[in-house]
Design a protein around this ligand. Structure first.
Ligand code: 5AD
Ligand code: SF4
Length: 484
């Protein structure tokens, strides 16, 4: 584990090792030296602003980037203005995430005019797109370092190169088979964290850019995953979220020590001191009966499942390359509810996929009525360059899409409000996460089923699991009171 490594004992007079992670330990020591000379020796503290957008995977990647930078002497700041290094971890799942980046770059340029020494590093999914890197090279020459999703572990090495050569450094790998273990991570919350169990995706849903920017599936070894979770638990983590684009295919690519995802959660469930296990994301086509059984029998596994539907129309699902029909999806939901009657379900739905007719949309509405999701993320279809659906000819006019989107959202919100109402009056366990930023004297936490609860409390409760009486349901959240 990284906490057993002594970076300071590395001899910089020797050449950098070739093998990982030793190579990165070497560059962390070198960057630490460069940072000392550039900042600390001149009486300055180097500040890093770590900006991340997008999914849990990106959030985890940013924790790793920050973990390395803190080891090298940087100190985190929550103000972009005044930062010596800005690392911007980007998302490209939908176009609006993507468009914001260029606006933000313009702003960073204005900061850099005031402080020409400021370093800007661009990372993440959007950097895996060739046209984006070409644009940065042409129009945003003030960017210092560009790297993608496959080499975040190299952030110290790339910054060393930038500082020693003075050139813009661009390092993008198309894909990799390599997983580099034993590097540091700075957790956002000391009591809960994501843990990657696999990287990449093999599914190629026709709307989705993820397989192009995150590469093919690569599973981590069971022992590495367990060791990492045990280390976090020893440091105070009580809740883990096992992360993968499709956790249900965990292990399929492993030659040795192959275990299924169901068996992985059984192993994680045995970790002493851990209180809650979540996972994300489950593809319905790969959700096995054994996983349902494992969820049911493992006491630490939250009885909550995010099960992306995308569309309720079997014809659309086929065009989306999802490999299940409406009926198969509904059967799966029945099986889950038969095994765990109280299970909370959430989903992702795309409206306006090319070729979607009113009838197709009504099939989606029908699934929403039948499943009665506790919550749902709804998206307007966004055309992503390079995906098969981008060249489908029958794109749906925005006016129609917006109308469908509003109707869907309306039903989802009404059903979710009805469903949260059911728990009112009950006493439930809440993991307290933070001080409430709207109501003074309140804290915010989550139920096992992921729903937010706000209740009067103080900072000392953060990270603890407490009993809360749910007094009032407010759509997607509860107001409650702590009961001792
Ligand atoms: N347009 C709209 N939504 C998309 N998603 C993925 N790609 C697109 C796209 N091109 C949604 C899916 C996925 C979630 C993470 O983002 O619903 O499950
Ligand atoms: Fe994208 Fe489909 Fe892979 Fe999910 S399973 S990341 S939607 S391609």
């Amino acid at each position: 584990m990284f906490n057993e490594i002594d970076i300071d004992s590395i001899d910089l007079s020797l050449p950098a090792p070739e093998e990982e992670p030793n190579r990165q330990y070497y560059y962390m020591k070198l960057l630490k030296k460069l940072v000392k000379e550039k900042y600390y020796d001149k009486g300055k503290t180097p500040l890093v602003y770590n900006l991340v957008v997008g999914c849990q995977m990106n959030a985890k990647d940013s924790e790793k980037i920050l973990g390395i930078l803190l080891q090298c002497g940087f100190v985190e700041t929550d103000a972009e203005d005044g930062a010596d290094l800005v690392v911007y971890n980007t998302c490209t799942i939908r176009e609006n995430a993507n468009l914001k980046v260029y606006g933000r770059l313009g702003y960073l340029n204005s900061l850099k005019r005031v402080n020409p020494d400021m370093l800007i590093a661009m990372a993440g999914c959007m950097m895996q797109e060739k046209h984006v890197v070409d644009t940065i090279k042409k129009k945003y020459r003030f960017v210092d370092v560009v790297f993608g999703t496959h080499n975040i572990y190299k952030v110290a090495e790339l910054l060393c190169e930038r500082l020693t050569t003075g050139n813009m450094v661009i390092d993008i790998l198309e894909d990799t088979k390599q997983i580099v273990e034993n590097l540091p991570a700075q957790l956002k919350f000391p009591f809960k964290c994501g843990v990657n169990i696999m990287y990449g995706c093999n599914n190629f849903c026709t709307f989705c850019i993820v397989p192009y920017v995150r590469g093919r599936e690569k599973s981590r070894n069971v022992d590495d995953i367990i060791k990492e979770i045990e280390m976090h638990v020893a440091d105070g983590v009580v809740e883990v979220m096992l992360l993968g684009q499709n956790v249900n295919s965990y292990g399929n690519d492993l030659k040795e020590n192959h275990i299924s995802f169901a068996d992985l959660i059984r192993r994680v469930n045995e970790i002493e001191g851990l209180k809650r296990i979540r996972f994300m994301t489950s593809h319905p086509k790969d959700l096995s009966d054994d996983l349902i059984q494992a969820m049911k029998e493992c006491d630490k596994v939250c009885k909550y499942l995010h099960l992306p539907l995308q569309s309720g129309s079997s014809a659309m699902l086929k065009r989306m390359n999802r490999h299940y029909t409406k009926e198969q999806y509904l059967t799966l939901v029945d099986k889950l509810r038969a095994a765990m009657p109280d299970i909370t379900l959430s989903t992702d739905i795309i409206v306006g996929f090319p070729g979607e007719t009113e009838e197709d949309f009504l099939e989606t509405m029908d699934v929403v009525e039948k499943v009665r999701y506790d919550s749902a993320f709804t998206f307007i279809y966004s055309k992503r360059t390079g995906t098969p659906a981008a060249s489908f000819e029958d794109q749906v006019p925005m006016r129609i899409v917006k109308d469908r989107f509003d109707r869907l959202l309306n039903r989802i919100q009404t059903i979710a409000a009805e469903k949260t109402g059911v728990l009112v009056g009950r006493c439930e366990e809440v993991l307290v996460e933070e001080l409430n930023d709207h109501i003074d004297g309140y804290v915010t936490g989550r139920l096992d089923n992921n729903t937010l609860v706000h209740f009067p409390g103080t900072a000392d409760l953060i990270g603890k699991i407490v009993n809360v009486k749910l007094n009032e349901a407010k759509g997607f959240y509860y107001l409650g009171e702590c009961v001792k």
